[in-house]
Design a protein around this ligand. Sequence first.
Ligand code: 5GP
Length: 184
Amino acid sequence: MTTNHPAIDKILISKDTLQKRVQELAKEISQDYKNTCPVFIGVLKGSVMFLADLMKNTAVDHSVDFLCPSSYAGGTKSTGIVRLLLDLRESIEGKDVLLVEDIVDTGLTMNYLLENLRTRRPRSLEICTLLDKSSCRKVSVPIRYRGFEIPNEFVVGYGLDYRELYRNLPYIGVMKPPKAEKNK
Ligand code: 5GP
């Protein structure tokens, strides 16, 4: 699928396909958490659109909190260095936690977040990611809910950015090679 957007090479996952899959995930989550009141932890900033759509389609009562790790510092390659720029507002001790992420690539960010959150003694801790680039994995991550498996390409849209841009696109698109990196 093509688009007129000057920065996007092609549409990988259309708006309709995204919405349909998010509804399926929300149905599964609603079923699995029907006897509890989970807390959805959105991993900022990339998960915001996915989290909002997931929340709207989830039938069980749940609370929401946010974490903001940093590892990419504005580029397209993982540095492997994870810092926590924003921490949770509420304690998760004894709670059923669902970590909601935009994409798991090397797995380094998720691995760090899991280790960090486990020390806070939640009752359960599961991962829901919209996208999975499993071919890029450096550390194994137990993903409970997965939207789409995607190839090793840098994608933007539906919350995912390149240098803070393109989060607003309603689809997942593959970027044209960034000019600065193309000239290197
Ligand atoms: P990991 O630590 O698994 O390598 O990377 C996780 C984070 O890297 C994601 O939360 C996301 O912010 C960023 N990331 C990895 N791959 C992509 C990609 O293709 N596009 C964008 N926009 N971000 C990515």
